[in-house]
Structures are given as structure tokens and as C-alpha cells.
Design a protein around this ligand. Structure first.
Ligand SMILES: CC(C)(COP(=O)(O)OP(=O)(O)OC[C@H]1O[C@@H](n2cnc3c(N)ncnc32)[C@H](O)[C@@H]1OP(=O)(O)O)[C@@H](O)C(=O)NCCC(=O)NCCS
Length: 227
């Protein structure tokens, strides 16, 4: 019998300023990555990762740049490869269940977005522009709410890609009329919860099951982030 509550009081978290922001993000353009702080941040956050994760392979990731573009129907194969390059931990954090493989039919469904009711963007590595390094998406739930989800390839985590995916998905979802963005996150997912808390919009969290938080971001108003 689980001791976790299946529901809990909602916790309303007003937008929180980020710790020492050191870069700007612009949707759909080349974005400077974590710069000089990136490798240190990866070391700082590395202690929270399982020993089996792939973090640290591939040498220094300082100065990462990435380009964001819409996901499209030609990305089916590369989306599966991206999934294969991500660790079991990243799969679990993204899908809240083990997800060792993305079936072709699933990859096709994920790529079948109209960028309106359902949309997705990918972060590409300008040094290997055929490689997807991160994905952010929204799925329309009703006329005003959409569910969002994000994943960044392990070797590229902690370098700013997640934050630019989140801010761009928020901007795109707002632009097509969504005012509430919902989602699910493991309670120990500090990175995702921090990005949401500091996204510039009010966040509500409550337990939705053992170790899982449901969140809701009210993006109806203006952002509290400086332009
Ligand atoms: C969550 C995830 C998308 C974040 O992407 P990312 O590229 O690693 O995140 P960023 O490098 O943009 O970091 C964003 C912020 O979180 C902070 N952060 C990163 N890891 C952190 C950690 N373990 N604890 C606390 N803060 C952390 C960073 O310092 C950064 O803050 P800053 O922009 O103010 O400097 C990515 O780690 C991931 O794919 N995780 C696995 C899948 C997942 O958890 N998906 C979420 C389910 S919806």
C-alpha cells in the first residue's frame, strides 16, 4: 500500500526570478548556449544523476549553440535516433514509465503535428544539423489548455536547451490561443521544476500519484520576465 497521497492540496507558486541569468533566448533563431557556466552547472547538477546516466560523455559541452525549428514529418527516423541516444533515466523522466524504444508508429504520431492544436519544436546542433538534441511539445487538451512535455539528450542537458525549449513552447502555445499549460513531472525532477518556476508565469503543483506532480502554468497574462 502506497503512503503517497493520490491527491494533495494545490501549491500555488508565483513566478520566481532565475538565479543569475546569463543568456537570452529567442525563438527560432540561433541561441547561445550555457556559455562559460555550462560545464560548471553540469558538474553541480551531476550529483543528482544516476551513475548509469550518460552525462559527461562526449567531453566539454561549453559554448553550446542550438537552433530551434518546428518538428515535421521528415523527422521520424531522427526522432527515433534521438530517443535511442537518451538514457533510461531521461526516458523515465519524460514518459514517467520505462520507454526503451520509440516504435515507428509512435515516432510518426509524434511527428504528425499541425503546429496549432498539437505542436512540437526541436533543438538542433549547428555542428551536426541533422541531429535532434532536444524536443518540446504541446498537445491540445481542450480549447484553452494544452499538455506540454520536454526532453533534452543527456550529453546536452544543463546547457540551456531545456529553458529555450520551454520559453519557445510557451510563446508558440500562447500564440495559438492556449492559456493554461499542464503536465506531469517527477517530484525529484529539480531541473524541470526550476525551469517552470522561473518561466515568468504562475505555476500550480499538486501530487498526482506516487512521486508524481501535476503542474499547471497560467500563461494567460503577461510574463514577469524582463523583455
Ligand atoms: C528537464 C530538462 C528538459 C531540462 O533541460 P536542460 O537543457 O537540462 O535544462 P537547462 O540547461 O536549460 O537548465 C534550466 C535551468 O535549470 C537549472 N537546473 C538544471 N539542472 C538542475 C538540477 N538538477 N537542479 C536544479 N536546477 C537545475 C539550470 O541551472 C538552469 O537554470 P538557469 O537557466 O537559471 O541557469 C532536461 O534535463 C531533460 O530532458 N530531462 C529529462 C526529461 C525530463 O525530465 N522531462 C521533463 C518532463 S515534462
Amino acid at each position: 500500500m502506497s503512503h503517497w497521497p493520490t491527491t494533495s492540496p494545490k501549491r500555488i507558486i508565483p513566478p520566481e526570478p532565475r538565479r543569475a541569468p546569463n543568456r537570452t533566448h529567442r525563438a527560432l533563431v540561433l541561441v547561445p548556449g550555457g556559455g562559460h557556466g555550462c560545464e560548471q552547472k553540469r558538474r553541480d547538477h551531476g550529483a543528482h544523476r544516476r551513475s548509469g546516466s550518460q552525462v559527461g560523455k562526449g567531453g566539454s559541452r561549453t559554448g553550446i549553440r542550438h537552433r530551434l525549428r518546428d518538428l515535421n514529418g521528415n523527422d521520424v527516423t531522427e526522432l527515433s535516433r534521438f530517443h535511442d541516444r537518451c538514457s533510461e533515466e531521461t526516458h523515465y523522466r519524460r514518459f514517467l514509465t520505462a520507454k526503451p524504444r520509440l516504435l515507428v508508429r509512435e515516432a510518426e504520431q509524434f511527428c504528425n503535428v499541425d503546429q496549432h492544436r498539437d505542436g512540437a519544436i526541436v533543438a538542433l546542433d549547428p555542428d551536426s544539423p541533422d541531429k535532434i538534441r532536444g524536443v518540446g511539445r504541446w498537445f491540445g487538451v481542450d480549447a484553452t489548455s494544452a499538455e506540454v512535455a520536454f526532453a533534452v539528450e543527456d550529453d546536452y542537458q544543463g546547457c540551456g536547451i531545456g529553458r529555450s525549449l520551454v520559453s519557445t513552447v510557451i510563446a508558440l502555445a500562447r500564440s495559438v490561443g492556449f492559456t493554461i499549460l499542464i503536465g506531469y513531472v517527477l517530484a525529484d525532477n529539480r531541473a524541470m521544476r526550476y525551469v517552470l518556476r522561473t518561466s515568468g508565469y504562475p505555476l500550480v503543483e499538486h501530487y498526482d500519484g506516487p512521486g508524481v506532480l501535476a503542474f499547471s502554468l497560467d500563461v494567460s497574462g503577461e510574463t514577469t520576465l524582463a523583455a
